[in-house]
Design a protein around this ligand. Structure first.
Ligand code: ADP
Ligand code: MG
Length: 320
């Protein structure tokens, strides 16, 4: 038996009771019941770009699947199956064990089955394709935000960006503070149940991966609308909260990445339904602004003055 096949069997093969055919053939088979649509998305994580190469292997395993499940949540879809394409520099049993542990912890928590993939030697890269289901016509798109809608976030922002800044020596945190905000960076929690609860309620939705303003910008563009955001209404992560009046903290709230909370729009009449659904999911969402006519995104400070922003989000290809 080849080393590659052995590795796949040992680390990546678990029962896949809901697939018609799982790992081991040329392709997996799944059945999508009639009346459901298949939602499909892929996300690639490259060592040195999306995570530190020496980050704990189990954290890389968790996060690489979690960010994909987050995309399903943002569509209001139920994540069901995933494939895993992984390049590893060497056959490091400790690393693979740790990676698989984190990956399958996340998979079990959110009811996702690993049904296939590809394994190759190369610079550490993890590429996952996720498939989910949503009743036909119910998936949440980016394109239906309406003038007057509330703009919501599903939970506090900024702690992941704060942890990253601390690890990169751009912001000084005490060891205790770093301990408390590191999980936001390393083990994001996809808002899976809440995303599904927003079907038929939200007019648009996405998950915040590149920073609130950059991602909200995608909704505004797709829906041909503008927005007003009130910075005081944006909930900050518990570690960022005491710093929230500092300019750098405001940048993290507005443009820090890796939050994986949902940002969505909904008519004012649905406020109580949304709060009820959030409570059932253990979340405390907040209304951070409203959708306006036009195409501008204005951010207002405590005194109602517009804030001038330099950096709106994380862009892998921008020059600065
Ligand atoms: P093929 O040569 O037909 O592409 P492979 O030898 O690459 O097949 O893979 C054998 C089986 O193992 C396939 O079912 C494939 O989907 C699965 N597989 C390969 N790598 C992984 C992985 N990292 N995680 C899960 N399944 C994998
Ligand atoms: Mg084949």
């Amino acid at each position: 038996m080849s080393a590659e096949f052995d590795l796949i069997r040992k680390y990546f093969t678990r029962p896949t009771p809901t697939a018609v055919l799982g790992i081991g053939d040329d392709a997996a088979l799944v059945h999508v019941p009639s009346g459901q649509e298949l939602a499909i998305s892929a996300d690639m994580l490259v060592a040195g770009t999306h995570f530190f190469p020496d980050a704990p292997a189990d954290a890389i395993g968790w996060k690489s699947l979690a960010v994909n499940i987050s995309d399903m949540a943002a569509m209001g879809a139920k994540a069901r199956w995933a494939t895993l394409a992984i390049a590893i520099p060497s056959l490091d049993a400790n690393w693979l064990e740790g990676f698989a542990k984190g990956f399958f912890e996340c998979a079990e928590r959110f009811g996702v089955e690993l049904i296939g993939g590809d394994t190759t030697r190369g610079p550490l890269t993890v590429s996952i394709q996720i498939m989910g289901e949503a009743p036909a016509g119910s998936a949440l798109r980016r394109s239906d935000a309406q003038v007057g809608d509330d703009i919501w976030v599903s939970g506090p922002l900024g702690d992941a960006a704060l942890a990253l800044a601390a690890l990169q020596d751009r912001f000084a945190l005490s060891p205790d503070e770093l301990d408390r905000c590191l999980p936001a960076l390393e083990r994001p929690m996809p808002r899976a149940d809440f995303g599904m609860a927003l079907r038929g309620i939200a007019t648009s939705a996405l998950d915040i991966s590149d920073g609130l303003l950059a991602d909200l910008g995608h909704i505004l563009k797709a829906s041909s609308v503008g927005a007003e955001i009130y910075i005081d209404n944006i909930p900050a992560g518990p570690v960022l909260q005491p710093y929230r009046l500092e300019i750098i903290a405001q940048q993290m709230l507005l443009a820090g990445g890796d939050d994986y909370e949902l940002c969505f729009t909904a008519p004012i009449k649905h406020r109580n339904r949304i709060l009820g659904a959030a409570t059932a999911c253990g979340l405390s969402p907040a209304i951070i602004g409203r959708i306006t006519a036009g195409n501008e995104c204005m951010v207002f400070d405590t005194d109602g003055r517009p804030i001038k922003l330099q950096k709106r989000g994380y862009d892998h290809f921008s020059a600065n």
